[in-house]
Ligand binder design. Structure first.
Ligand SMILES: Nc1ncnc2c1ncn2[C@@H]1O[C@H](COP(=O)(O)OP(=O)(O)OP(=O)(O)O)[C@@H](O)[C@H]1O
Ligand SMILES: [Mg+2]
Length: 361
């Protein structure tokens, strides 16, 4: 006989944590809570623009500027939580699946993983932060387990941790962007037939400069790629067409304050180009893998925040296409304006996936 008193309120099993996306144009913070009924709630979020070139290609180029922006973002968020989960760009992390004997545990397992890592990671182990996760029994050899290795260059890890520290925050979880995308995907998968089971789903995050592509088969990632195309392309077009600086074009674009000719002469061609780039990316996937087609496209990222883009992509690629709103199934704090959240949601995809780490080990 046991006495089972739930002491969760004394020792919360999920320590508070914010999701932090340090992207190329802004710092994004998301705070989620658990309503206790298996449903999450968006408590707060903030998107704070970064100075130009403070982050380039996912690398922190100006640590002081990033730390300052992060400090402002955190203040504007208005939370007390200082622990954050953040991610490295997928391009900065090497991931490999290896097999090790299922009989190994503890230090023996760690040693064996390191030995194997030495073989497959093209850097000296002194230069990288190594992490691994046992995935489960190997389907091919019953005496082995599959282990997922992740190795990141030390200086990339240190830069991110230092930026947090300089802003008075503490990095508790360091993930990889593509994994964070997959975590957030859990929130939209239920909108798909059979919750995505058996489907090939292309998650396409259109950022400012890059499209981040993560293709899942049966809810497991099978393909990662970046293509140099993003929302900045539209700003460049606006600046050329209307003789504005890029900064002015950027503001006018997001506010919709542009001449009548904009819709037809600039926005529509951008929609078509974006759809064509996505079509090309998918073609590259189908010609370089065993997969013959994609069942569903999910669009995220600020570069895809354009009315009607889902229809144009669906037509051009002949593939069902949906905007991915990671908060679609969540409750929302009454202080957040629903329209504002709906507009910002696609660009918060990565930050949301990181915020969800609060509830997962
Ligand atoms: N309402 C809007 N209408 C059109 N474009 C928008 C809107 N809001 C943001 N954007 C564009 O989205 C882009 C930023 O998107 P996002 O925040 O996803 O990029 P990022 O994460 O900084 O980039 P990356 O992932 O490449 O580092 C910019 O080009 C911005 O101009
Ligand atoms: Mg991004």
């Amino acid at each position: 006989m046991h006495l089972n008193i739930n002491l969760d309120w004394l020792s919360p099993k999920s320590p508070p944590l914010l999701g932090l996306d340090i992207s190329s144009t802004s710092v994004k913070l998301v705070e989620l809570s658990d309503t206790g009924k298996g449903k999450l709630r968006v408590e707060r979020y903030v998107i704070e623009p970064l100075p130009k070139d403070a982050v380039t290609d996912g690398n922190i180029a100006n640590l002081d500027q990033v730390a300052e922006t992060l400090g402002i973002a955190w203040k504007n968020l208005g939370t007390r939580i200082k622990n954050v989960a953040l991610a490295l760009p997928s391009s900065a992390v090497i991931t490999k699946k290896i097999l090790v004997s299922a009989s190994l545990t503890g230090a023996d397992l760690e040693n064996q993983v390191e030995t194997e890592a030495n073989q497959v990671i093209p850097f000296s182990l002194d230069e990288v932060n190594l992490d691994f996760q046992v995935l489960g029994p190997s389907p091919a050899s019953p005496d082995d387990v599959q282990v997922l290795l992740a190795a990141a260059r030390k200086e990339k890890v240190e830069d991110r941790v230092a930026a947090c520290e300089a802003a008075g925050l503490k990095a508790m979880v360091l993930d990889v962007e593509s994994f964070a995308t997959q975590t957030a995907y859990e929130q939209v998968a239920h909108l798909l037939p059979d919750e995505g089971a058996g489907l090939v789903v292309a998650m396409i995050d259109v950022g400012a400069h890059n499209m981040h592509i993560n293709i899942l088969n049966d809810n497991e990632s099978v393909y990662l790629r970046e293509h140099a195309f993003g929302g900045n392309q539209l700003s460049v077009e606006i600046s050329r067409r209307y003789g504005m600086s890029i900064e002015e074009a950027e503001t006018a674009k997001c506010k919709g304050a542009l001449p009548d000719s904009y819709q037809e002469e600039v926005l529509q061609p951008y929609r078509e180009t974006l759809a064509m780039e996505i079509g090309r990316a998918i073609q590259l996937f189908t010609t370089s893998t065993q997969f013959l087609h994609v069942d569903q496209i999910l669009l995220a990222g600020g570069g895809a925040m354009i009315a009607g883009i889902d229809d144009v992509v669906a037509q051009r690629t002949s593939t069902p296409t949906m905007l991915a709103n990671p908060f679609a199934n969540m409750a929302v704090n009454s202080k957040i304006r629903p329209q504002a959240l709906a507009a910002d949601a696609p660009s918060l995809f990565v930050a949301c996936g990181l915020a969800m780490r609060r509830f997962e080990s």
